[in-house]
Design a protein around this ligand. Structure first.
Ligand code: 6R9
Length: 646
């Protein structure tokens, strides 16, 4: 197992960015950000080109972030219309269904037509610029159509992952005040049906969801569903007879494009708001350079559109670049563990982008399912979502890529819009487990707990010291929360919530979240959300949730639960509580371990000491650290003895 892979000279020879380009362009991007980003903004078609490039203050008392603020553009026009002349007949989307027998594709011309028809549909249903639309769909082309149709008319979409429960969906509807929902009768994943429309029906019985006037339903499986007139409308019926053209709305660069809800350390998920100009410049540029995109590439990102990776690197970045994108509505192990590689061979995929959790799950099945496929079309492999362990990295490189394809480990967040620290495959030597060096315009720094900047080789908390165009602009409806969450901890800096180490070569190694967020299979779960789902049960007095090591998921969820006086824990109650979390949030948040806690370790001021619980869940009882500040140190002894991972 090697820990260093220099850039392959043959790859570099024709790469978009080589070593000396990287150094030169990076230096320019941070020394002259205005000039650099003005030039980069030229990659888009602007209705009114921007003259004001950057206008930013990270001062928590006077925070504003504006990029290209006097420019006007339309994101959907940039993803579609401008390609029609040269790429009209080029494939935009290759759809691959859960069932290997199901695939179809749309050219840029066809996608443009669909988007125009759906944009007209939305307008006819009374949706106008600034209105919010919730999208709760499987990974089908209609998801991209709905997103781009919103962008075309200036409506703000909020995509909700199809795995979220009716309650989670309801809270997102309530927070966004959406007027319309786009959903499907059902989804299908790994051969199993997901009752999307029934979930929508249920969510709309919850409080504060009465803003919804219309539910548009895509027919995916054809199963019988409940239809409520006049609220519910079929997508295919609405689309009949719609005009195939639709003028796009001129949008200011800083007009909202979408909100996407993501978990933080406290409270309910936040609506991360991204705007139009900076976001598209940033996602398209990062996509082009990190994957070394060519005109004839077939690009496949396995992420669901319900996550930011699906927004930036299934839909907006790649389509703005005129790329051919595979949209996959299945799972890695259905019908069998070869599926990813069968799809690669079927569609001659050249650029492949997935998550460490999928790589680890496939690695566990051995080399056989990979080796029976060709994969010779592959050129670049990517990973995202969580730190990748060097063993999985090497397997991905050696077995999947046949030691031929550079692996780009892209570190970024919902909040950052696009890649922040990532290799550029023709320019940056690789070290398995490191996301390597910052992208253009990104200024990372590592600070200690007091905010003191560390120099050279060091470890600590990762901050970004200046703005980049893809940065989120606010928390929807709660600007103060945006300021408090990201800019108060280390004033003058954006705080990422991640820990990192920098080595002697200046490479960054992300060590994971330093806040109360658990990264389960690359998905962020707030401990507070799981705790509130648990305490909602009448038998639960108190709950504390922490992360624990998990071979496949990276991190698992470990819950400590204190029952109300008089109740005793049983296996049946464990099951019931886990089911409760599933119902309240969704399966991804279901605890892997649930330990009964007669009481929880607390400080004298009553704060739960999670540091201690984390060590217990990590099976490191000898590293509990200082327990002298505990109100009752005896509490810990019982929890250690009864721990579930030994
Ligand atoms: C894009 C996305 C963000 C959190 C982030 C970090 C972790 C993502 C990573 C990574 C190490 C990588 N993360 N990519 N950690 N190496 N290449 O995943 O967004 O869902 O908001 O999660 O994921 O902890 O802070 P999001």
């Amino acid at each position: 197992m090697s820990d260093f892979y220099p850039v392959d000279p043959a790859f570099a020879a024709s790469a978009r960015v080589r070593k000396d380009d990287y150094q030169r362009m990076y230096a320019r991007s941070v020394q002259e950000p205005e000039a650099f980003w003005k030039e980069m903004s030229g990659r888009l078609d602007w209705i009114v080109p921007p003259t004001k490039i950057k206008n930013v203050s990270f001062d928590p008392n006077d925070l504003y972030i504006r990029w290209f603020e006097d420019g006007q553009l339309n994101v959907s026009a940039n993803c579609l219309d401008r390609h029609l002349a040269d790429r009209g007949d080029k494939t935009a989307i290759i759809f691959e269904g859960d069932d290997p027998g199901e695939s179809r594709s749309l050219t840029y011309k066809e996608l443009h037509t669909e988007v125009c028809k759906f944009a007209n549909t939305l307008k006819n249903l009374g949706i106008a610029k600034g209105d919010r639309v919730v999208i709760y769909l499987p990974m089908i082309p209609e998801a991209a159509v709905a997103m781009l149709a919103c962008a075309r008319i200036g409506a703000v979409h909020s995509v909700v992952f199809g795995g979220f429960s009716p309650d989670s969906l309801a809270s997102r509807i309530a927070d966004s005040g959406a007027k319309l929902i786009v959903t499907a009768d059902e989804g299908v994943r790994g051969g199993k049906k997901i009752p999307l429309k029934a979930n929508v029906d249920e969510s709309l019985t919850r409080p504060h969801t009465s803003s919804v006037e219309t539910v548009v339903v895509v027919r995916r499986t054809g199963s019988a569903i409940h239809f409520q007139s006049p609220r519910d409308r079929w997508y295919h019926t609405l689309m009949e007879g719609q005009s195939e053209t639709c003028d796009y709305e001129p949008m200011n660069a800083e007009d909202p494009l979408f909100t996407l809800y993501t978990s933080g350390s406290t409270g309910q998920p936040k609506g991360v708001l991204h705007t139009s100009g900076g976001y598209l410049v940033y996602t398209s540029l990062t996509h082009e350079l990190a994957f070394d995109l060519r005109e004839d590439d077939i690009y496949w990102c396995t992420a669901d559109v319900g996550w930011v990776t699906g927004h930036s690197y299934v839909v907006y970045g790649p389509l703005a670049n005129g790329a051919t994108v595979v949209m996959f509505d299945g799972v890695p192990n259905y019908p069998d563990f070869s599926r990813f590689w069968q799809v690669v061979d079927k569609h001659k995929v050249t650029l492949f982008y997935t998550a460490p959790t999928a790589i680890r799950a496939l690695m566990r099945e051995g080399d056989g399912p990979v080796k029976k496929t060709s994969r010779k079309s592959l050129r670049v492999l990517g990973t995202v979502g969580e730190p990748i362990n060097p063993e999985a990295w090497n397997w991905y490189y050696r077995v999947v890529g046949d030691e031929r394809c550079p692996v780009v480990d892209t570190w970024w967040q919902t909040e950052t819009g696009g890649f922040m620290i990532t290799p550029l495959p023709g320019a940056i030597d690789l070290k398995p487990g490191s996301a390597t060096l910052p992208f253009f315009g990104v200024k990372p720094a590592i600070v200690d707990a007091d905010g003191k900047t560390q120099e050279g080789e060091c470890s600590g908390n990762l901050v970004i010291t200046d703005s980049w165009p893809g940065q989120m602009r606010t928390v929807y409806g709660d600007h103060q929360r945006f300021v408090d969450t990201y800019f108060k901890t280390y004033p003058g800096n954006y705080f990422t919530g991640d820990g990192a180490r920098r080595d002697a070569d200046g490479y960054y190694w992300i060590t994971g979240r330093v806040d109360d967020v658990i990264n389960v299979s690359g998905h962020r779960i707030g401990t507070a959300e799981v705790e509130s789902a648990l305490v909602a049960h009448p038998k639960v007095a108190e709950a504390a949730v922490v992360g624990c090591p998990h071979d496949i998921k990276g991190q698992g969820i470990y819950a400590f639960v204190t029952l109300v006086a008089g109740e005793t824990g049983s296996q049946a109650l464990v099951k019931e509580l886990i089911a409760e979390v599933r119902k309240e949030i969704g399966s991804i948040a279901a605890p892997d371990y649930l330990q009964w806690a007669p009481s929880l370790p607390k400080t004298r001021s009553g704060k739960i000491m999670r540091r201690i619980l984390r060590k217990i869940a990590e099976n490191q009882p000898d590293q509990l650290g200082d327990v002298s500040t505990l109100a009752d140190p005896g509490v810990v002894k019982n929890l250690v003895e009864e721990r579930l991972i030994k």
